[in-house]
Design a protein around this ligand. Structure first.
Ligand code: BGC
Length: 726
C-alpha cells in the first residue's frame, strides 16, 4: 500500500472508530434513560447500597445484573462471605499476587503500570468481578502510615503518571478501577473519624493531582471515598470534595463509599455518594429483617424522597451513573473472558518486581554476588521466609504460590552453601490483634550469630511485615525504628561478621542506624508471588537494578515534614489534625529546609554507571502556550546493560508565594546497552509550572525566572538551567 493510501485508510478507520464510539455512547445514554423510566423508586434505592459485603443488587425483572466488587489493589482478593468478613473458603480463588504499588511506583515506568493493570484486570474478569477496588493514590506523608505500601509514593506528579495507565489497563478488560481513598486518608490512625484541616493550596497541589489525573486522563469509572473527615464533613458526603470531583473535573462515574464510611442520609443524597458499602459492617447482625435496609441510603433515604425532603432527581443521577458503569462492565457483551495465573501474569509480576527493587548502598560492589562461587551464604531474618501476601488488611491475597527470598537464593546459588537462621520472630497477627510469638527470640538470635560466624556473606532479610501496626491497614506504625529487636540483632551480627548486605522488605522507610556498618542495602518492597525469584536475580546480577525511591527516607522521624510540626500535625489530637507542613511534603520539605535525608526521593543505584550530558532546553524565553522541551544525552559508561531514570524538577526563585525549592515535572526511564548513548527529550507544558492561587481559587502561572534541575535523583542534580516565562 502506498503511503497516501495508508494515511487515507488510517483516517477512515479513525473516523469510523469515533463514529462507532459516539454512537455507542449515544445508544447507552438512550438505554440508560429508557431503563431509568422503567425503574420504581424502591428499585433505584436498592441499586445504591450494598446487598452483601461486596455486591449491590440488580433488577432481575429488567435483566439488570448485580454488581460485584473485590479488593485490590495488588491482586484479586479471596472470596469473602456474603455477610461476614470471613473467607468463603473457596478452592478456586487463588490468584497471582502482583508487587505492591510502592514497588510499581519505584519502577518509574508507566508502561509497566499499563501491563500491571491489564494483567490484574484479566484476573478480576476471570473471577467475575466488575469493580476492582484500587489503585490507591493517597500521598505518602509520614513513614508511619500503615498503608503506604498500597500507594504510589510522596510525589503527586509521579503518582499521576503511574495511576493513569494502571486504570486504562484494568478498564480495557471491562472491569472498573476504583481509585481510593478520596481524599486525605494519609494515615490509618483514627482514620474513621479524624478531621483533616489542610490549605486549599496543599489540597490541590499535593493531595488531589493523582485523583484528578485518574479522572481526567485515566477516565476512571469509579472512585472510593475516604473514611476521614475534611473540614468537618465526612469524605463520603463532603460538599467541597464532591464539587471538585463531579463539577470541576466532570467526573461522570460512580462514587463508592469506603466500607462503613457513610454517616448521614441527607448529605449522602446531596453531596455525591452513589453507592453505600459496608455500613454496620457485620451485615445481618442488626435486629431488623435485613440490615442492608437500614443503610443510610436505603429505607431512611426512601422515606425522605417519599416525603419530598429530597428530590428524586438526586437518586436518578446516582442510578444513571451506576447504569453507565454497568454498560461498560457487567452489561458489556464485548468484554473479554479474562484469565488467571497465566505465565504472562507471572512474568508481568516479575518484571515489575525486578524494575522496582531499589539498590541504595553497594560498597565495593558487594552486589552482585557471583553464582559460580563455592561460598557460604547466611540468609538471616524472618522476612526471608515470611509470606507477605497474607495480612495487611483488605489488600491481603491468597496467592497460588509465593516464592520466598530464601527459596529464591537457594535456587539461584546452587554452588554455594546456603545456611539459614530466622534471627527474630514477630509472631503472627490477626487483623487488629498482635499475638505473642511462640519462638524464643534470645535463642533465635544466638542461632543467627552462630550462622553468621560460619559464613562468608550474610544476606539479612528484615524490615517490616503485614502485621497489625506494621505495614497494615487500620492503624499506624508505633515507631520509625525496625521492630522485633532487629537493630540489636543486626549490631550483634556485625560484631562477628562485617560482610553484611541488608534487604529491607517493607512499604515504608525505616530508621537505619547501622547504615555505615553494613556493606550494601536493597529496598525490596512486597513483591508478591515471585518475590524470591526477583530478589535473587538482582542479588546475583542476572538483572541490573533500576528502581528509584518513590519517597524520601529521613534519617530520623523529626526530619519528616509531618512530624516536624508535632502531634497536631501528626497524628492529631484524635479529633483534629492540621497539615502544618502544607505543600512541603517529602523531598519538597527536605530540599527546601536543607534537611538531608538518608536516601532521597528518586534515588537508586545500578551495577553500571551512567553519564548525563548535553542538557539543554529548546528556548530561554517562553510564552503562554509554549512547550518546554529538555534534551539530554544519557550514556551507559559501565560494562553492562542497565536503565537510568532522568528526572526534571522545576523551581521558581523569588516567587511571590512559598514554593518548594524544586518539584518533579517530568521523568523518563532509559534502557541502554553497555557503551550505548541515547539523546532523549522530556516535554513539559508551561501550565504545569503553575501554583494554586487561593485568592482566585484557581491555578496561576507566575511570570519571571525559573530554574530547571536535571538529574537522577532529587538530591543528585547534574545540570541547572535558567529560563524565563514572559
Ligand atoms: C478499606 C478499603 C477496602 C474496603 C473493602 C476498607 O476497610 O479501607 O480500601 O477496599 O475495606 O475491603
Amino acid at each position: 500500500m502506498k503511503y497516501t493510501q495508508f494515511i487515507i485508510a488510517i483516517l477512515i478507520c479513525s473516523v469510523l472508530i469515533l463514529f462507532c464510539s459516539n454512537n455507542l455512547n449515544a445508544q447507552n445514554k438512550n438505554n440508560i434513560d429508557s431503563i431509568l423510566s422503567k425503574l420504581t423508586l424502591k428499585e433505584k434505592i436498592a441499586m445504591i447500597h450494598a446487598q452483601s459485603k461486596f455486591s449491590t443488587p440488580g433488577v432481575p425483572r429488567l435483566g439488570i445484573p448485580e454488581l460485584w466488587m473485590s479488593d485490590g489493589p495488588h491482586g484479586v482478593r479471596a472470596e469473602i462471605s456474603w455477610d461476614k468478613w470471613e473467607h468463603a473458603e473457596w478452592t478456586n480463588d487463588s490468584i497471582t499476587a502482583f508487587p505492591a504499588l510502592t514497588c510499581l511506583a519505584a519502577t518509574f515506568n508507566p508502561k509497566l503500570s499499563k501491563e500491571y493493570g491489564i494483567s490484574l484486570g484479566e484476573e478480576a474478569r476471570y473471577r467475575k468481578k466488575d469493580v476492582l477496588l484500587g489503585p490507591g493514590v493517597n500521598i505518602y506523608r509520614t513513614p508511619l502510615n500503615g498503608r503506604n505500601f498500597e500507594y504510589m509514593g510522596e510525589d503527586p506528579y509521579l503518582a499521576s503518571k503511574m495511576v493513569v495507565p494502571y486504570i486504562q489497563g484494568i478498564q480495557q478488560n471491562g472491569v472498573a478501577a476504583c481509585v481510593k481513598h478520596y481524599a486525605l486518608n494519609n494515615q490509618e490512625k483514627w482514620r474513621t473519624h479524624i478531621n483533616v484541616e489542610v490549605s486549599d493550596r496543599a489540597l490541590h497541589e499535593i493531595y488531589l493531582p493523582a485523583f484528578k489525573a485518574a479522572v481526567e486522563k485515566g477516565k476512571v469509572w469509579s472512585i472510593m471515598s475516604a473514611y476521614n473527615q475534611f473540614r468537618w464533613q465526612y469524605c463520603s458526603h463532603n460538599e467541597k470534595l464532591n464539587t471538585i470531583l463531579k463539577k470541576d473535573w466532570n467526573f461522570n462515574g460512580v462514587i463508592i463509599s469506603d466500607w462503613g464510611a457513610t454517616h448521614n442520609t441527607k448529605q449522602s443524597a446531596l453531596y455525591g455518594l452513589d453507592i453505600e458499602m459496608g455500613t454496620g459492617t457485620d451485615g445481618l447482625t442488626h435486629s431488623l429483617k435485613n440490615a442492608y435496609d437500614n443503610y443510610y441510603m436505603a429505607l431512611p433515604l426512601l422515606k425522605m424522597v417519599e416525603s419530598g425532603e429530597i428530590e428524586e432527581a438526586f437518586i436518578d443521577d446516582k442510578v444513571k451513573r451506576i447504569l453507565g458503569l454497568m454498560f461498560k462492565t457487567t452489561m458489556n457483551k464485548n468484554r473479554s473472558f479474562g484469565k488467571m495465573n497465566t505465565k504472562e501474569h507471572h512474568s508481568t509480576a516479575k518484571k515489575i518486581a525486578s524494575e522496582g527493587i531499589v539498590l541504595l548502598k553497594n560498597n565495593n560492589s558487594f552486589f552482585p554476588i557471583d553464582t559460580i562461587k563455592k561460598i557460604k551464604i547466611a540468609v538471616i531474618g524472618e522476612n526471608a521466609t515470611k509470606k507477605m501476601t497474607l495480612g495487611g488488611g483488605s489488600s491481603e491475597l491468597k496467592a497460588q504460590f509465593e516464592i520466598s527470598p530464601l527459596e529464591g537464593i537457594q535456587n539461584k546459588f546452587k554452588n554455594a552453601t546456603v545456611l539459614h537462621a530466622m534471627g527474630y520472630s514477630s509472631g503472627p497477627s490477626i487483623y487488629g490483634e498482635i499475638i505473642p510469638t511462640e519462638f524464643d527470640n534470645k535463642k533465635l538470635k544466638k542461632e543467627a550469630i552462630e550462622v553468621a560466624k560460619k559464613s562468608d556473606i550474610i544476606l539479612y532479610f528484615g524490615g517490616l511485615n503485614k502485621n497489625h501496626q506494621q505495614d497494615c491497614e487500620g492503624d499506624d506504625r508505633k515507631s520509625f525504628e525496625l521492630p522485633f529487636g532487629q537493630n540489636e540483632l543486626l549490631n550483634e551480627i556485625l560484631k562477628v561478621n562485617q560482610n553484611v548486605g541488608v534487604v529491607l522488605i517493607s512499604g515504608n522507610a525505616v530508621e537505619t542506624p547501622w547504615i555505615l556498618k553494613i556493606k550494601a542495602l536493597i529496598q525490596g518492597w512486597y513483591l508478591g508471588s515471585i518475590t524470591g525469584e526477583a530478589l535473587a536475580e538482582i542479588i546475583s546480577g542476572d538483572v541490573n537494578p533500576s528502581g528509584k525511591l518513590p519517597f524520601s527516607f529521613p534519617k530520623k522521624l523529626k526530619d519528616n515534614s509531618a512530624h516536624y510540626y508535632g502531634e497536631l500535625s501528626y497524628p492529631g489530637d484524635s479529633i483534629n489534625q492540621y497539615y502544618k507542613d502544607d505543600i512541603l511534603v517529602g523531598y519538597r520539605w527536605h530540599d527546601t529546609k536543607k534537611i538531608k535525608p538518608q536516601f532521597a526521593f528518586g534515588e537508586g543505584l545500578s551495577y553500571t554507571t551512567f553519564k548525563i550530558s548535553n542538557v539543554g532546553a529548546n528556548k530561554k524565553v517562553y510564552k503562554q502556550d509554549d512547550k518546554i522541551i529538555i534534551t539530554t544525552t544519557v550514556t551507559n559508561s559501565g560494562d553492562r546493560e542497565g536503565a537510568e531514570v532522568i528526572q526534571v524538577y522545576i523551581g521558581k526563585p523569588n516567587s511571590k508565594v512559598n514554593r518548594a525549592l524544586k518539584e518533579l515535572k517530568a521523568f523518563k526511564k532509559v534502557h541502554l546497552e553497555k557503551g550505548e548513548s541515547k539523546t532523549i527529550e522530556l516535554q513539559l507544558n508551561l501550565k504545569d509550572l503553575s501554583y494554586y492561587n487561593e485568592s482566585i481559587s484557581n491555578w496561576e502561572l507566575e511570570k519571571g525566572n525559573y530554574t530547571i534541575f536535571v538529574g537522577n535523583s532529587s538530591q543528585n542534580i547534574i545540570k541547572k538551567l535558567n529560563i524565563i516565562i514572559k
